[in-house]
Structures are given as structure tokens and as C-alpha cells.
Design a protein around this ligand. Sequence first.
Ligand code: NDP
Length: 369
Amino acid sequence: MATAAVATSSAATIFNSAADCCARRVFLVTNLQVPTRSSSAFLRTSRTINSHSRAASSICTSSSSSVVNAAMATEASAKVIDGKSIAKEIREEIAAEISRMKESIGIVPGLAVILVGERKDSATYVRNKKKACESVCIKSYEVHLAEDSTEREVLEHISSFNNDPSVHGILVQLPLPSHMNEQNVLNAVCTEKDVDGFSPLNIGRLAMRDREPLFVPCTPKGCIELLHRCGITIKGKRAVVIGRSNIVGMPAALLLQREDATVTIVHSRTKNPEEITREADIVISAVGQPNMVRGSWIKPGAVVIDVGINPVEDAKSPRGYRLVGDVCYEEASKIASAITPVPGGVGPMTIAMLLSNTLAAAKRAHKFE
Ligand code: NDP
């Protein structure tokens, strides 16, 4: 078992627009316990974050099935999939590739972000994206418009970025003010620069055999990348995706299917979700319900990717809340073979995938291999 020194960091976790598009959600994370790691060790034992997860588990209400599971396994045995370390490694790879591109053709990728209004959370996300871009030498462009700007103004900026060859990716920070039509605005981003990968063309290609999307949405792409980098086989496995949103659940299911998993989607109208989920070798949960997936839902030895980020009240926390996933970590980590923590699992991967998509856009635009 790898032992990991535990360091406390007050890093603000960074997410892409997929992650932060929902106004109600709280995404900033501080005082996350982060273990140091050797370069090759992607997995750490769940023991290293038990102090963090214990608090989260206190709101997993007990049920008879969970008691059975607790009796079956009293120790956390799952490997913890360390998204933070893996994302860091990916950022380093991206930085090296950008440096090669710059040396070879004198070009660096450019990412433009359009922010409308004065929402503090949106401003924080944009700042974090900018910082992430700087860390890998992606040039970032930012337009900040007043809350009462018109849709036409936003469309004009998108059009100008569409026509700017130094901009390879365009993100419109969501949510937009209510007087704007989000679909109109997002549709205005040209497909070659749609680094979020949400356009119907991209999703359509993702769904079709023998077609390649220009971009894969960042969060589901991050989930699959975690599985790949942890050496987890997808081909031939039974996978359950809980949630079917356009930005996470649905593309995650499509991606798993492309990787030759047999995929079942569980949603709010599914009967017997627990029973169905228990058949899965791989579970990806993107629901937005704290601790909904209990230990009893998990097949022994399954791999669990928890996308959910849910703020729950915590009087002991200086902020009055803390973040938990969709999965009851304390229970699931005793049953699963590997599991992502929240925070520190999928979240850091999302921004890494945004940088990766921006690099891919620039390479494609300049035919750089
Ligand atoms: P949405 O609200 O868009 O979708 C939630 C999905 O969960 C829906 O498909 C819904 O089903 C399903 N659902 C809701 N309740 C249940 C239930 N009781 N049982 C089964 N399925 C249910 O959420 P998002 O996909 O945008 O986000 C999901 C979670 O992931 C959130 O916690 C969000 O914060 C987090 N997130 C994290 C990111 C990261 O980077 N880590 C990025 C993006 C999101 P139905 O379709 O029937 O309504």
C-alpha cells in the first residue's frame, strides 16, 4: 500500500463552463487534503482522505442495506483515483506540447472567454480559467460585458472571435442574463472553436459510428481519461451512468459505448436504480444529489467515478458548507475497487480537458501534427 504524506492546500479548484454553468452550485474548494505522490502513482489509498470523507458520510442516512454493506466491509479498501495529480500531469503534457508548437511554427493556442454581468462566481471561474491557460502558455482573451448588454453585443464579440485566427477556442461563461437566449448565443460559436463540445454537430458525431467529434465535452472526457490513466479496462465492461444531462451524463454514456462498454443510463424516472447500478463494473454518477448512491448500490470491485459536486451545510466549516459527491464515499469506498473523491476527483480533470481541447483546436487549425 502506498503511503502518502498529507499536505493541506488552500487551492481554489478550477472548473470549466460545464462544471460551473449552474448558478446555484458552489464550486470553490479550500483546505482540501492533498497527498504528495510519486510521478507514476495515479492511485492513492482511500485512507489518506478518510478524515475528509468521514464528515461527508455523516449525512449518508442509514438504511438496512448500508448496514449490511458496513458489516461486509468495515475498512475502506478502494484505491482513490487522484484526479488532482492526474490533471496536473496532463497540464504538464499540454505545456510541453504547446512549447513544441511554439518552437516549430511560432504559434500558441488562444482561448477566448466572454463574461456577461457581475456574478462573483462567474468572475472567479473566468479568473481560474485564465490562470490555468497561463500555466500552460495558452493565450487567453477575455471580454467582460455589463449585465444590461444586449444579445447582439455578445453575438458581435463571438463573431469577431470566430474570425480571429489567433483564437482557437471560445467559451461563453454561463449563466447568461435572463434577457438573453442562451441557445442563440451558444449556436453562434463556430464548430471549430466550440471547445466545450456542446454543439449538436459534435454530439451527433459522438453518437454515430465511424464519425469523430471535433471536441468531446470536457467533464465526460475527463472521466474517461481518469479510467484510461488508471489502467481500468472499459471494453466489454458493464457500465451504468446515473444522470443524462447534455453536458455530462449523456455524453459520458456515448463515450463509454464508443469504448465498447455495455451501457445503461439511470435517470430520475428509472425504476430500481439501486439494482441496476449494482450490476455495473463501472459507475459514473452525475446527478447532483448528495450521497444518493449508497454502498449497497455498488457491486463489489466496481470502479466509481463521482461527478457530482454538492454543497451541504456544515456548521463546523468556516464557510458553513462543504462539498460532497453523489456517492456516499464512506460506504462506497469499502465496496468499490477504485473511487474518485469529491473534491479532488473529476473536478480538476474538467479544466485539464478544456486546455486539451483548446490545444487540439489550435493544432487542427494550423495542421500541426
Ligand atoms: P443536471 O441537473 O443537468 O442533470 C442531472 C441528471 O440527474 C438528470 O439527468 C436527472 O434525470 C438525473 N437525476 C436527478 N435525480 C435523480 C435521481 N434521484 N435518480 C436518478 N437520476 C436522477 O446536472 P449536471 O449533469 O449538470 O450535473 C450533475 C452533477 O455533476 C452536479 O452535482 C454538478 O454540480 C456536477 N458537475 C460536476 C462537474 C465537474 O467538473 N466535476 C461538471 C459538471 C457538473 P432526468 O433527466 O430524468 O431529470
